[in-house]
Design a protein around this ligand. Structure first.
Ligand SMILES: *Cc1c(COP(=O)(O)O)cnc(C)c1O
Length: 449
């Protein structure tokens, strides 16, 4: 009975997979403030040209530079596990496999794109990166990657996390990054929010505004985003490509693939490489699991919206809850984003992938079951995938059907024990976003497209 399927360093993919090549319809272009499609030059003040080219590329395979593959070797290929004990505990005939991305230095999938972004910025002569972080996972990943390629990193960290997660901050500082609580008084966007509400706890949308503003107004400083954008989704496809090879080794192929979904990149990473097979006629379900309290794909509008709070980014066609949507303080900080990857959004709109929303208590219940059977303590974000896996495995049991389920365990929860603590002490609550509140923030969607 094989439990752990491991690959050699030489099995790390040589190319990223670009799903655009296999989509039935081309993605709608990003728009400028005037409602007209923007050209690559509009992104040049904040991104290096190599990443902009990947952002707009329709090529199926994008070569991974050798120095990026070398950096990925620190933790890749990541292991694929068969969850025998979880299957047994559920009494399901389904086979459950999980790809474990918590083996990276920062403890999640995010360094897969962080090292690539740091590399291309370094190659373009950039000295410094500005970015935002919610729960701290992206900030830690970029801080680490900055060290790999000799870049200074400044992180605008959502204030509520800055105060609640001091150890994430220490991690970023250990990797040499400078960490500021957002909203800060260093940027126009931050000062504007503070003038209206001096006690603002911040949001991902506000922190993005601050980081983008800094990059746009400082020579030699660029911006890096940890999810949502096409190039970030491409970079994460090393996950699914490896998983496919690992399943081949044991003669298996998934009937369904499940990932949690915040900005969409880890779901894209595990699912997109299988979408190529689906496009060629193979039967496979791809399911994105999101929080019921920030239900972008399941209850948002598919429309053009800003990626940030202040409206500094180009407009992207995506599922959105409105750029001034204020998600409640649930513990899966990495899933609290008003929008979603335009690629994931379009595939969802066209019915090629599915989305489900799960509530917080149920996700922790499944996460604890997982830890007690499989050993690994999952990140609260990953618990959303696990909840969905458990539900599907139980449905298989009901139907008496031994399907094969693959999911992405996007990270470990070692820095989220306060969240588990709240769960155990009964302080955690479910929160369904009221329809009126969603409708109110959707009123502010830009009137374009
Ligand atoms: C950031 C994060 C996520 C969600 O981000 P995506 O862009 O949807 O991948 C999920 N899991 C972990 C552990 C994260 O850090």
């Amino acid at each position: 009975m094989q439990t752990k399927i491991i690959l050699e360093e030489s099995d790390i993919p040589t190319h990223w997979y670009n799903v655009v090549a296999d989509m039935p319809n081309p993605p709608p272009p990003p728009l400028g403030p005037d409602g007209q499609p923007i050209g690559p030059e509009a992104l040049a003040p904040i991104f290096p040209m190599a990443l902009i080219e990947q952002e707009v590329s329709a090529e199926r395979w994008l070569p991974i530079p050798e120095r990026v593959r070398e950096a990925l070797q620190l933790w890749r290929p990541s292991p694929l596990y068969r969850a025998h004990r979880l299957e047994q505990m559920l009494g399901t005939p389904a086979k459950i496999y999980y790809k474990y991305e918590g083996v990276s230095p920062a403890g999640s999938h995010k360094p897969n794109t962080a090292v690539a972004q740091a590399y291309y910025n370094h190659e373009a002569g950039i000295r410094r990166l500005a970015t935002e972080t919610g729960a701290g996972q992206w900030g830690s990943s970029l801080a680490f990657a900055g060290q790999m390629f000799g870049l200074d990193v400044r992180v605008y960290m959502v204030k509520v996390s800055y105060e609640q997660k001091p150890f994430r901050r220490s991690m970023m500082e250990t990797w040499g990054a400078e960490v500021l609580a957002s909203p800060s008084n260093l940027t126009e966007s931050g000062r504007k929010i503070l003038a209206e509400d001096p006690d603002s706890q911040g949001s991902l949308g506000i922190a993005i505004s601050e980081a983008v503003e800094e990059a746009a107004t400082h020579e030699g400083t660029n911006y890096a985003l940890g999810s949502v954008l096409n190039h970030v989704c491409h970079h994460q496809t090393v996950i699914g490509q490896e998983a496919k090879k690992q399943l081949e080794r044991v003669g298996d192929y998934p009937d369904m693939i499940i990932g949690c979904c915040g900005g969409g990149s880890n779901f894209a990473g595990i699912a997109f490489p299988f979408l190529a097979d689906k496009a060629a006629g193979r039967e496979v379900r791809l399911i994105a699991a999101e929080p019921a309290s920030c239900p972008t794909l399941t209850r948002g509008h598919y429309a053009y919206d800003f990626g940030d709070n202040a409206g500094l980014t180009p407009l992207m066609k995506m599922f959105t809850l409105g750029h001034d949507f204020m998600p409640p303080g649930i513990h899966a900080g990495g899933l609290r984003y008003h929008g979603d990857s335009p690629l994931v959004s379009q595939l969802c709109k066209e019915g090629i992938i599915e989305a489900v929303a799960v509530s917080q208590l149920a996700t922790f219940e499944a996460g604890v079951q997982f830890a007690r059977t499989e050993g690994i303590i999952p990140a609260p974000e990953s618990c959303h995938a696990i909840r969905t896996v458990v539900d599907e495995a139980l449905a298989c049991k009901e139907r008496g059907e031994g399907q094969t389920i693959l999911f992405n365990l996007s990270g470990h929860g070692h820095f989220d024990m306060a969240a588990y603590d709240s769960y155990f002490s009964g302080k955690l609550e479910d929160f369904e976003y009221p329809q009126e509140a969603i409708a109110a923030s959707l009123q502010h969607l830009p009137k374009v497209g």
